[in-house]
Design a protein around this ligand. Structure first.
Ligand code: HEM
Length: 494
């Protein structure tokens, strides 16, 4: 046999063996996921192709929320998408109840957001790690502690209201965010915001971080750590996270109350975590990561929440008028600072905030990793799939809400709330993995809005004429796609 023909035989054999191995890998992969394919095929959804699934539907990552809504609407109240695995989306409260009361795992999607920098922090942590942090947080966010923060929220809101421009379009979102960051430095970090520099950079960093993580989600190559670690985005994320950790470090160092236990110190989250750290369950690095996660999460969500309320009031003058009357009845013409007692009397404002969170939940998509089969009559949610709750869709589902697009705060009168399925309103999620900061968030938004609305009227909303026109761009936090521009008018105060 000539050398050439011997070489051909060897290379042919190698190709054959490789092909058999690859085929075997593919068949094993498919065989292991057979139940996923079987049960997944029963859910309605758009045509999916091998390898790419439904990725072809996604034209622009920034429009992911709008794209999901567009296709999902055809299959509501439950529909499926294939991306790297099966995603089952729903807007049915009964399905949410079944899954969210039993399944607490967030899984790989949250791991991707957490990357190496925020891993093991409460929002992303695996259950065993999560439990310890959650216990401490639930203890911290009790009414008697959160109520002490009212004066901080009011002071920061007052500072913002002193410099607002009237008579021309202003987007108050960044003002709200900066306000939330200042308040969080003090309530979470225990440091007066004046002592910390780099707060504005931290807001820019969060926005860029979210943009990059979204890009990672929708590039299948970046699901492989090997490619992700070698991408330029990874470097950028590393720099952003280093800045976030340095910021948290300054907070820890500045915070005297972390070193000596004082009664007041115990009312700040970081010091509370440190004082609850009996068996060194939280390392110094983990504390930094927790602080770096909570600061943006708390300020961005509340900023979106408060900004949406301002848009809604500008669009609904009759509701704004009622809010003004309520403020007038509590404060008269006085310019004094509000107190916790004053805020507790603002029932109508409370309902306005709730109604706005219904139409524009700051976290419009929340998910769970399914690790065992769930019966969702008439379907089976198979282990290995991801369950995505379309919060905004549940909040607008006509099965639970009459005239869903109408802005009507009285839906939250106690007698109306009592009639409703409680899983139909979940801006703060539901079950044991719900938002521990909901009380903090409501108080912060209420204090801020009361302070702004005592001094200003929302005279005009710039970029939208109706609720339907406000589309959300989604990068974890759902923001109005054209921003929150309004025109303010100063109110007369004697
Ligand atoms: C309007 C403002 C807010 C909204 C709408 C909101 C909403 C949510 C939602 C829906 C979740 C569940 C996420 C999921 O399951 O994937 C969540 C989790 C969480 N939120 Fe909030 N949140 C807000 C403000 C805050 C604030 C102010 C804090 C802290 C000060 C906070 C701390 C957390 C934490 C630590 C978690 C993770 C809980 C866990 O996994 O056990 N949130 N939030």
């Amino acid at each position: 046999m000539s050398r050439l023909s011997r070489f051909c035989t060897i290379s042919d054999a190698l190709i054959c063996v490789t092909a058999i191995l690859v085929l075997r890998l593919i068949l094993t992969f498919v065989w292991n996921r057979r139940w996923l394919y079987y049960h997944g095929s029963k859910f309605p959804g758009p045509v999916a192709f091998p390898l790419i699934g439904n990725m072809y539907l996604l034209e622009d990552v920034k429009k992911i929320h709008a794209t999901i809504c567009k296709y999902y609407d055809k299959y509501a109240p439950i529909g499926r998408f294939w991306i790297d695995t099966l995603y089952v989306c729903t807007s049915k409260a009964e399905y949410v109840e079944k899954v969210f009361t039993r399944c607490l795992d967030k899984g790989i999607l949250y791991d991707i957001i957490a990357d190496d920098y925020f891993k093991d922090t409460i929002i992303f942590a695996p259950l065993s790690v999560w439990k310890k942090q959650r216990k401490v947080m639930d203890h911290f966010f009790k009414p008697n502690v959160v109520n002490c923060f009212a004066s901080i929220f009011i002071r920061e809101a007052r500072r913002v209201t002193e410099n607002l421009e009237v008579g021309k379009p202003v987007d108050l979102f960044l003002n709200m965010w900066n306000l939330g960051t200042n308040a969080a430095c003090e309530t979470i970090g225990g440091v007066h915001p004046k002592l910390l520099t780099g707060k504005k950079q931290s807001v820019r960093d969060v926005l860029r971080f979210e943009e990059i993580v979204l890009k990672r989600f929708f590039n299948p190559l970046y699901f492989f750590k090997y490619f992700w670690d070698r991408s330029s985005y990874k470097n950028e994320i590393r720099e952003i996270c280093q800045r976030a950790h340095q910021f948290a470090e300054k907070m820890v160092d500045e915070n005297e109350s972390l070193k000596k236990i004082t009664q007041d110190g115990e009312k700040r989250l970081l010091s509370h975590l440190i004082h609850s750290n009996h068996e060194n369950q939280f390392s110094y690095e983990l504390l930094l990561r927790i602080a770096s996660t909570l600061l943006p999460i708390s300020s961005e969500t509340t900023a979106v929440g408060a900004s949406s309320v301002l848009l809604m009031l500008g669009m609904h003058p009759e509701v704004q008028e009622k809010v003004s009357e309520e403020l007038q009845s509590v404060f008269g013409h006085s310019d004094r600072d509000a107190t916790l007692e004053d805020l507790s009397q603002l029932d109508y404002l409370d309902r306005v905030i709730k109604e706005s969170l219904r139409l524009f939940p700051p976290l419009p998509l929340i998910g769970r990793e399914i690790n065992r089969n769930f019966a969702l009559d008439p379907y089976v949610l198979p282990a290995g799939c991801r369950f995505v709750v379309l919060v905004q869709h549940i909040h607008r589902n006509p099965e639970y809400w009459s005239e869903p697009l109408k802005f009507d705060p009285d839906r939250f009168l106690p007698e109306e709330t009592a009639k409703r399925n409680r899983f139909a309103y979940i801006p703060f999620s539901i079950g044991s993995r719900n938002c521990p900061g909901s009380r903090y968030a409501m108080l912060s938004m209420k204090a801020t809005l009361a302070t702004v609305l005592r001094r200003y009227k929302i005279a005009k909303v710039m970029d939208y004429r109706s609720v339907e026109e406000i589309e959300l761009t989604f990068s974890f936090v759902g923001k109005a796609s054209k921003g929150y521009r309004v025109v303010l008018e100063k109110k007369c105060q004697s």
